[in-house]
Write a protein that binds this ligand. Structure first.
Ligand SMILES: Nc1nc2c(ncn2[C@@H]2O[C@H](COP(=O)(O)OP(=O)(O)OP(=O)(O)O)[C@@H](O)[C@H]2O)c(=O)[nH]1
Length: 470
């Protein structure tokens, strides 16, 4: 799974032109109609500026070539409004707005590439996202935008500071909400749509929104705990999708005069809503990232353990994993009084096979023998490769007499099989086995192992391709 597909700003692969044009059109529509959809009346304050988030993503994806397109879209979206007043040179001021918009998101994308080259990985990355990707670029572009508005006579000079703050908040919020969607998405993310938690969670969120738009306005604050619960149940993609949708819906509702933030004091309401939306988005994203990190380390732990305990050639358990398994079986046998048996198996004249047919064929032989041993043993048996051409089989609940029958079947099966060496030579491989059992008494697990080993040497000494029981 590639979870860090972040593309360099100034990318190496060209995005399809049609997709780029489509996104530019979306940017235009969001900018054009976002003002109406997200503006808090009567002061006409835009609560969230989604084009900044979309612009950031487009720049991350398409690099510098997206910037002129975004500037044109911004110009086209802003010009009707800016030409509406009595101010002079509206095209010039709209041009400055378009430039600030385009360069702001380009700078944010550059920051994201430099500061978060692997995307969001840890909760600590949220500080980088907030400060470097959102706050700094939007502060610079907002300063240019607001000064331009003062210069053009659109707003009074004393409104500059307030305007900058509003623009920074609305732009940053747009970036956080859209960027978390982009970051959260990963191949396989659509699996969330099959989870009952996703649809149940979505229904719960819609219910909370609906109730808070009516009589119980405070119910909106339960959106956060519900999203936190969902961040434990869904993958990052699902959580970021629900979080973005519900928080944007909350903003739209406020702009329509619904919910706890529609108080009739627009400027205060804006700040409260921003604080709620920011803290909710970042908390949920933080928990979801932490959770993903935890799952990853668990997965790595399991993978590391599997690798540490298995022989890479045959896939069988190795000596390290076999030892505790044997001890466990010995303790179980001591408690239950039931016997167990151990068979040590060593290939005969394996050095000759290697020398005559090559090491690679020797490896094939080891793999074939391992596979045969698996086939000839039961699910409760433990088959391990102790090293080289030496194997062991632990047969729980089995007396040496019963084990002998099973091992004899294995020995015969191996000896009657022919393996094709390079050049088409059919090679017979045989093995010698030493068998020992535990039937109670003072013997420890290692004593049983040593007895099986002694029996194996006896089998070799007696002429090979046979089983000796100790
Ligand atoms: N191809 C291959 N050979 C291995 C591997 N591990 C050990 N060997 C070889 O196994 C051979 C073992 O040789 P010996 O210990 O002399 O035993 P043998 O030739 O089977 O003789 P006996 O056990 O007395 O029948 C050596 O040549 C090792 O190089 C492996 O992973 N792959």
């Amino acid at each position: 799974m590639n979870e860090s597909p972040r593309q360099a700003f100034g990318p190496t692969t060209r995005p399809p032109a049609l997709a780029l044009l489509g996104l530019t059109l979306l940017y235009y529509l969001l900018a054009r109609f976002g003002m109406a959809l997200f503006a808090l009346q009567p002061a006409n304050i835009t609560l969230i500026w989604l084009p900044s988030g979309l612009g950031l993503i487009v720049c991350l994806w398409a690099g510098w070539r997206a910037v002129p397109l975004l500037m044109m879209a911004s110009f086209a979206a802003n010009y009707p409004g800016m030409a509406d007043g009595a101010q002079r040179l509206p095209w010039l001021h709209t041009g400055v707005v378009a430039m600030a918009d385009g360069l702001g998101v380009a700078l944010a994308a550059q920051m994201a590439r430099r500061r978060l080259p692997q995307g969001l990985q840890r909760t600590g990355d949220l500080l980088t996202l907030g400060l470097w990707v959102c706050l700094l670029p939007t502060a610079l572009s907002s300063l240019v935008l607001a000064s331009n508005l003062v210069w053009g006579g659109y707003i009074a000079a004393e409104q500059l500071g307030h305007m900058v703050m509003m623009l920074v908040l609305a732009d940053s919020l747009g970036m956080v909400l859209v960027y978390q969607l982009y970051e959260g998405w990963q191949p396989g993310g659509e699996r969330n749509l099959r989870s009952p938690w996703f649809w149940g969670g979505a229904a719960g969120l819609v219910l909370l929104l609906a109730i808070s738009a009516g009589a119980l306005k405070g119910m909106l604050f339960f959106v956060l705990p519900l999203l936190v619960v969902l961040s434990f149940k869904l993958s990052l993609s699902g959580v970021t999708l629900l979080s973005t949708l519900v928080l944007v819906a909350g903003i739209v509702a406020t702009a329509q005069g619904l919910g706890p933030f529609a108080t009739g004091r627009p400027e205060e309401a804006q700040l409260e809503l921003m604080a709620f939306t920011f803290s909710s988005a970042l908390t949920v994203l933080g928990v979801a990232l932490q959770n993903r990190q935890l799952h990853r380390s668990q997965r790595f732990g399991e993978q590391w353990r599997a690798e540490a305990e298995h022989d890479p050639l045959t896939g069988l358990m190795n000596r390290r994993a076999f030892q505790p398994r044997l001890l466990l079986e010995h303790q179980r046998a001591q408690r239950s009084g039931r016997p167990y048996s151990l068979a040590m198996l060593d290939l005969d004249h394996f050095k000759q096979i290697n020398d005559r047919h090559g090491h690679a064929f020797g490896d094939d032989v080891l793999v074939a023998v391992a596979s045969l041993m698996r086939q000839c043993s039961r699910a409760i048996d433990a088959v391990a490769r102790l090293g080289g051409e030496e194997f062991v089989i632990l047969l729980p609940d089995t007396s040496p007499e019963e084990a002998f029958k099973a091992m004899e079947r294995l020995r015969v099966a191996l000896a009657s099989q022919r393996l094709l060496a390079p050049g088409g030579v059919a090679v017979q491989v045989t093995a010698s086995l030493g068998l020992a059992g535990w039937r109670g008494g003072a013997d420890g697990a290692n004593d049983v192992l040593q007895r099986a080993d002694r029996a194996l040497y006896a089998a070799k000494a007696a002429g090979r391709n046979r089983i000796v029981v100790d």
